[in-house]
Design a protein around this ligand. Structure first.
Ligand SMILES: *Cc1c(COP(=O)(O)O)cnc(C)c1O
Length: 421
């Protein structure tokens, strides 16, 4: 459930008419709902309420400072995957002991920054990384809390670009080799193992792959404890999917996920961490765009809109579906027709949807791409010299621009000419 609903014949974000925001900030723009973000965090928090737990928002899904500050205020932890994200998390008010550092390529500098600024744990993904972190910690005279991200070799049954738990993926250490790695960690004075980490992919629409992975983690917990390791924390990753196509998708709910976690891991006495990103932010955001032209092609009509693949890359990159709705509510009986919905960028890949049925639209009409709050703004670029589009946060009947649209001059001024030109 989200808070983007028709009211009085027009789409609202909470209590604000989307058209009012469009008038104030221009199109295209992202719009997020405070109530939906809050609700989604609380769903996870409540789903794990029977266990000692921390919901660590995977900020790569949407890392705007306002969204982070909202999450920090709700008591969330945060999962970061780069030095930039670590800096953002700290700036938004997350204490170091609420920050989990994930990612396969953490650099010396990133480790140093996190060890200096405070860290809950590093999720290690390889032995070279383990040895590097040990070295950095010793240089600083501290002990780094770590988990090892294990690769359980399960098929997450999701898009190949966002599946991470198969043995051929670059992530984690094969679970069969985990005991060896924990044994080495025990010999490294700069590291202290506190738990196990697993994350098998994103946009999972079935609980079964999670269950298989968590069973393997439970078995590994027992094995490592028997070998004398102190496993007090299990980081279960993120990945729960959302219904991008509302008419025919119903992925499991956080409550069902929480029950499964309780069943598989509840009696190990571990603190449970989860790292949801998409489910918290995805349906908490829309991308609003204006129809620039309606163009009749050979046997098909194109809606050329002012948003493009540089603003929302998911359809081009993952063949992702986003529901698209007109901002003015169509009459219930209004006839629909198929449109190809495309942006202005000079690539055929700049296609949001093909032969999508919509009621008739005209130049100047506003449309909204639903489920655009996660992996939307954060993946945007300025391809075709289209400045990054603004982000807006709504709360009840208020809205605020939380990232303004740069002017062309600001975009140009980021480049620096060499002296010889
Ligand atoms: C991307 C990622 C997440 C979040 O995944 P979602 O599908 O957005 O919930 C969590 N943990 C790690 C390590 C990730 O890489």
């Amino acid at each position: 459930m989200d808070h983007f609903l028709y009211r009085d014949g027009t789409l609202h974000a909470e209590d604000v008419p989307v058209a009012d925001i469009a008038r104030a900030v221009g199109t295209p723009f992202y719009c997020y709902s405070t109530a939906t973000l809050t609700r989604h965090f609380k769903l996870f928090d409540e789903a794990l309420s029977g266990m000692d737990h921390l919901v660590c928002y995977a900020m790569k899904a949407n890392s705007n400072q306002a969204v982070l500050k909202l999450m920090a205020g709700l008591g969330a932890g945060v999962d970061v995957v780069s030095g930039g994200e670590y800096a953002r998390a700290r700036a938004a008010g997350f204490d170091g002991d609420k920050i989990v550092f994930s990612g396969v390529g953490k650099t010396h500098e990133e480790m140093r920054a996190a060890l200096t600024g405070g860290i809950r744990q590093f999720n290690l993904e390889s032995e070279p990384e383990m040895r590097r972190l040990n070295k950095v910690a010793l240089e600083l005279g501290v002990v780094a809390p770590v988990t090892v991200r294990v690769n359980p070799d399960v098929d997450a049954k999701t898009h190949e670009k966002i599946a991470t738990g198969k043995s051929e993926n670059k992530f984690g250490i094969p679970i069969a080799r985990a005991a060896e790695v924990y044994a080495e960690i025990a010999t490294l004075p700069g590291l202290k193992a506190v738990g196990i980490d697993v994350h098998i992919g994103s946009q999972l629409t079935d609980l079964e792959p999670f269950r298989q992975a968590y069973r393997k983690v439970a078995a590994l917990t027992a094995e490592l404890r028997a070998q004398g390791h102190d496993i007090i924390r299990l980081d279960l990753g993120g990945g729960l999917g959302i219904p991008y196509e509302r008419s025919n998708e119903a992925p499991p709910l956080p409550l069902e996920y929480g029950q499964m976690v309780q069943e598989e891991l509840g009696d190990l006495g571990c603190e449970i961490e989860i790292e949801p990103g998409r489910l918290i932010a995805g349906n908490a955001g829309i991308l609003v765009s204006e129809v620039t032209y309606v163009k009749s092609g050979e046997g098909r009509d194109f809606l050329i809109v002012d948003a493009a693949m540089n603003d929302l890359v998911r359809p081009a990159m993952y063949s992702a579906h986003h529901d698209i709705v007109p901002v003015v509510e169509p009459a219930a009986a209004a006839e629909q027709q198929p449109y190809d919905i495309v942006g202005p960028v000079c690539e055929t890949g700049d296609t949001f949807a093909k032969q999508r049925n919509l009621t008739q639209l005209a130049e100047g009409d506003l449309i909204a791409f639903r489920s655009a709050g996660a992996y939307g703004a954060v993946m945007a670029s300025e391809y075709n010299s289209r400045p990054l589009i603004p982000e807006v946060l709504v709360k009840d009947d208020q809205f605020a621009v939380i990232r303004p649209r740069p002017t062309y001059q600001e975009m140009i001024d980021r480049d620096v000419l060499p002296v010889w030109l």
